[in-house]
Design a protein around this ligand. Sequence first.
Ligand code: 13P
Length: 249
Amino acid sequence: MRRKLLIGNWKMNSSLAANTILLNGIKAGAGKTGCEMAVCVPAPYFAQCQAELTGSNIAWGAQDVSTHDIGPYTGEISVAMLRDFGCRYAIVGHSERRMNHGETDQVVAEKARRAIVNGITPVVCVGETLAQREAGKTAEVVGQQLDAVLSAIEPDDLWNIVIAYEPVWAIGTGKTASPQIAQEVHAILRAKLSARNSAAASGIPILYGGSLRPDNAREILQMHDIDGCLVGGASLNASDFLAIAAAAS
Ligand code: 13P
């Protein structure tokens, strides 16, 4: 049995005051769900998460990380800085970063490598656009995105990685991939991971993300290769996030 993992991606939302309500709400219900939970928050809130979540069973992390260790990189945040604030995870290669910040597969791969080498678990996002899906290119696109990461890391690094399949057309649109479509892609991803390190691959959480809500999470999460979710909008509401956690467990 693979562990179930639910990660909230707050994106550029919330505030100090709203975070307190949200984190307390999640903490209050976390014990009742049988899945691991984490929140990936804007960097200014790492310290708040560390203060509020230390000692709870909820982890926290970043939404991105620099490809550099230190130096003249204005605005960037290093993996060591994430560690200073107890972050366990760093999302890398979210489609919003690939599209809005021109992140290539190679940049994403380097971010994932650097996170792993420094003891942070990367949550590597892959996913196709609607045009790519309609052109029958889904397997090729997600395959290339994952291959870039796999060639930058060692097979043993697969013991410390999370993959998230987020079809771009399902993010924030209200359109979720059907359970069958998602399972098909997850199985492709797991086969690729398995070819690199089969022992590790059978335990790697492959999360689904894209317009998940309490009312559609359960059917997606029932699929064999779907081990949890990466949730955007619904992670900003404690009761929705907990309801998805309950569906995952
Ligand atoms: P939504 O759940 O808001 O569609 O966002 C998904 C996502 O991008 C999570 O990383």
